[in-house]
Design a protein around this ligand. Structure first.
Ligand SMILES: [Zn+2]
Length: 665
């Protein structure tokens, strides 16, 4: 291929040279007589108006592409000097020729050929070295260009979803070493290892699946690969081998859990990942800093690697940082304008307590940030009491005051310090400290706005959690403004979700007839499609409930049980999480099974663990899945910092949340 291109390039040069000699040998008097006009050249030389315009158009085209060829050939290491020469010299020659010869059509043709031919030849040498989705001057490329053009004009065209193997282009770069030279060394070492291609493919598949974590686990029956996607851990998914023989092209692809890799392939891929992360380097024996950078289709993402060994398994997990998500307003999280307005109204009050809650890892931190962003931080001084070890997303105009639990400091001391500045509002996340809770409630009762987040299954459970912190019910009732709770629900893949006749019990619950709501949607029966990488769901949205009003306050003061408290909240106009969830199912955004999964969390435990639908290590025998290595909180940008140790029931939930609600991919 390379030789062919080179030979052709030489031929172009020769042709250009021979042509030039022939033209120059012609005496100017042998040329045809001038025909004065706007399209022919003047006696003095040069070009007339129309050819001149064309001349500049060619120059513009060429300038754009020759610069691109230089950058692209350098990036892909495809003989940059040679191809730059090939794109520059013939064209410069042709453009001069076009000024000199009296036949403008011939001049223009020469320029066109000198522009297109080197590009064509370059594409022949380059295309095999780049992912199929980046190939140029091919049918697929033309299709992409055409689709992009139509899209600009407002026409959506469905281009072929399958380009090559359908995986994004991923490159790895070492970043953990102290010096650039050492990084370079690790990178070269990794590239020379036999598992390099396998490791790259693992990362490509993780990126295609939108995984926030890639887990590679060596077990007795091979190396299992798992992905955490949208807060769910599960085996990596792939297209099943189509049944041999009849009409296989017409049948939709079937997506299944990928079978384990053989030990040799998996082991060599892990070795590459560990090398590039510097996990084996002596100074990184602690490993929390082991990491590297990947570039996915031109976008950089940081990866962190952690290794964990037990008696039976060895597990390597790679967290793939997601772009941070900073909502500008509550509506960005999928909250209805009415509810968002109500929340804003409550937190604009001068004093009182506002509670934000969700089960662990259910996006509470993002909602808390959004609530803070919606508060009038510019009009009054906000302080935030924070544990110094937890990494939070800082909100503008909210001054953090930190305490270190590790150093034996109490949160109340941070509050005392914060009060020296006479703030008008105090906020804190993951409130568990009884002493702090009482102090905050007294402030809320007195003159401050207090916003806290707690881990709770719903808005009323959050109230119970506060009462369990030994807060007097009458105090809470006096200063209670509202309790906002949320759940994250995965959205059905719009490409492969299937219609399902609405079950009678749903019609009953929604109080509609089968004519009004003939069908809802369910997950694909083929296990997914390329759009969702076999996950059946893409992204998440949030549902909310807000308990606020005089009836709730009275109920709190009377210390009623959970059921009566709920009735009171509904009387005050609360639309419950279940109602909101049903509404989402009714409009086809999610499935009934997903709702059941989300609400099953509540039944599972008083405090909440995100349940893994399919633990990747679950064996048919029902072996207990091993826990994931705990990750430093900093590994989860923009996500919830995880429950404090006191609230953490059992093993740490290894899965950081997927993209936040409403985040579009
Ligand atoms: Zn799908």
């Amino acid at each position: 291929m390379a030789w062919g291109s080179r030979a052709l390039a030489v031929a172009v040069w020769l042709l250009a040279a021979v042509g030039a000699r022939a033209v120059m040998a012609m005496a100017p008097d042998g040329w045809p007589a001038e025909v004065p006009g706007w399209d022919s050249r003047d006696k003095a030389g040069g070009i007339a108006l129309l050819p001149l315009l064309c001349w500049w158009v060619w120059i513009a085209f060429w300038a754009a592409t020759s610069d691109w060829v230089f950058r692209d050939s350098t990036r892909h290491k495809v003989r940059p000097e040679f191809w730059t020469m090939c794109t520059v010299f013939p064209f410069v020659f042709a453009s001069l020729l076009a000024w000199w010869i009296p036949w403008s059509a011939a001049g223009q043709a020469a320029m066109a050929i000198a522009w297109v031919l080197p590009l064509l030849l370059y594409s022949r040498e380059r295309n095999p070295k780049v992912p199929a989705a980046e190939s140029i001057l091919t049918a697929g490329h033309m299709q992409r260009l055409f689709a992009a053009l139509l899209k600009k004009m407002g026409v959506q065209v469905k281009t072929a979803a399958v380009v090559g193997n359908g995986l994004p282009w991923v490159t790895m770069a070492a970043t953990s070493a102290e010096t650039p030279e050492e990084n370079q060394k690790w990178q070269e070492e990794a590239a020379a290892m036999p598992g390099f291609a396998a490791a790259t493919k693992l990362l490509q598949e993780a990126a295609a699946a939108r995984a926030s974590m890639l887990v590679i686990e060596a077990t007795a029956d091979g190396v299992r690969v798992g992905h955490d996607v949208d807060g769910i851990s599960g085996p990596a998914r792939g297209v099943a081998e189509p049944p041999k023989g009849r009409g296989k092209s017409k049948q939709p692809e079937v997506w299944v859990d990928v079978p384990p890799l053989d030990a040799a392939t998996g082991g060599s891929a892990v070795a590459v990942l560990r090398t590039i992360a510097g996990a084996d380097a002596a100074k990184l024996s602690g490993e929390p800093d082991a990491g590297f950078m990947i570039e996915v289709d031109g976008k950089k993402r940081r990866c962190r690697l952690a290794t964990r060994s037990t008696k039976t398994t060895k597990q390597v997990s790679i967290t793939l940082d997601l772009p941070p998500f900073a909502p500008k307003k509550l509506e960005d999280l999928g909250m209805s304008a009415t509810l968002a307005g109500r929340v804003r109204e409550l937190i604009s009050l001068e004093k009182g307590l506002f509670v934000v809650s969700s089960p662990a890892e259910a996006g509470c931190s993002t909602t808390f940030d959004a609530v803070l962003v919606s508060a009038d931080r510019l009009l009054r001084d906000f302080v935030s009491i924070e544990e110094s070890a937890t990494v939070c997303h800082e909100v503008q105009n909210v001054k953090p005051v930190r305490y270190s639990a590790a150093a034996g400091e109490k949160p109340v001391s941070a509050l005392k310090q914060a009060m020296l500045e006479y703030p008008r509002a105090v906020v804190t996340r993951d409130l568990t400290d009884k002493e702090l809770a009482l102090e905050l409630l007294q402030l809320a009762d007195d003159q401050q706005l207090v916003i806290v987040s707690v881990r709770a299954t719903d808005a009323l459970d959050a109230i119970q959690k506060l009462l369990q912190m030994d807060i007097p019910a009458d105090l809470l009732a006096r200063c209670f403004l509202g309790s906002l709770s949320q759940r994250l629900i995965r959205k059905l893949c719009p490409q492969c979700g299937e219609p399902l006749p609405t079950p009678p019990e749903i019609l009953q619950k929604l109080k509609v007839t089968a004519e009004e709501l003939p069908e809802i949607k369910r997950a694909s029966s083929h296990g997914g499609c390329r759009a969702c990488a076999g996950r059946q769901f893409v992204g998440r949205t949030a549902i909310y409930e807000l308990a606020a009003g005089p009836t709730v306050r009275q109920a709190i003061a009377k210390q009623v049980d959970a059921k009566v408290l709920r009735q009171a909240a509904v009387k005050d106009g609360m639309r419950t999480l279940t109602d909101e969830g049903l509404a989402i199912v009714a409009n086809g955004l999610s499935s009934l099974e997903e709702m059941q999964r989300v609400f099953a969390v509540k039944k599972e435990a008083g405090a909440s663990i995100p349940i893994s639908a399919k633990p990747i290590s679950a064996k048919p025998g029902g072996a207990k899945p091993p826990t994931r290595p705990g990750l430093p909180p900093s590994a989860k940008p923009g996500s919830s910092p995880g429950p404090p140790p006191g609230l953490r029931p059992g093993p740490p939930p290894g899965s950081p949340p997927g993209p936040p609600p409403g985040a579009k991919r």
